[in-house]
Design a protein around this ligand. Structure first.
Ligand code: MG
Length: 163
């Protein structure tokens, strides 16, 4: 059987929360005067990535596999959820080819953390760092992101299944 390839797309957004500090993005803690409102660690990038991976494999979404009503997932590191996702895909014969992200946030500035995020994701997805692409954009002052009330991430992945 020939190699089959599938794309997957994911999106996530979270509101910032006063009284918390620092955000976790792609498994990397980034200093910020606010935190993220979330049941887990609020890693928007990994949540978008997990949805993209499940989407590529035709396996529903993050909420179906890791419901936010489940106490086991309270404050859990999203890296653990990502590892579980990679295992679930592997069990079905899928290997990750590449992942491409766009992060939309007015603040904090993410440029100094891009290399660390790529390194972390490459190791978790078991791909070379060159297969992880990360772009950061602002929303030009528009909407909830532009008003500094939260951040959003789009993720696109390609997976392969070798016959
Ligand atoms: Mg989320």
């Amino acid at each position: 059987m020939a190699t089959e390839i599938y794309t997957g797309f994911g999106f996530d957004s979270h509101a910032f929360e006063e009284g918390k500090k620092n955000i976790v993005l792609g498994g990397v803690e980034i200093p910020f005067e606010k935190g993220v409102k979330s049941h887990s660690d609020g890693d928007v990038l990994i949540h978008a990535l997990i949805d993209a991976l499940f989407g590529a494999a035709g396996m529903e979404d993050i909420g179906a596999h890791f419901p936010d009503t489940d106490e086991r997932y309270r404050n859990i590191s999203s890296l653990i959820l990502l590892d579980k996702t990679v295992v679930l895909l592997k069990e079905r014969g899928y290997r990750i080819v590449n992942a491409d992200f766009t992060v939309i946030a007015e603040r904090p500035k993410l440029s100094s953390y891009g290399a660390a995020v790529k390194r972390t994701l490459a190791s978790r997805l078991q791909v070379e760092e060159g297969r992880i692409a990360l772009k950061a954009k602002t929303a030009e002052g528009l909407g909830f992101v532009g008003e500094g009330r939260g951040l959003a991430v789009f993720a696109n992945v390609l997976v392969r299944k070798d016959g």
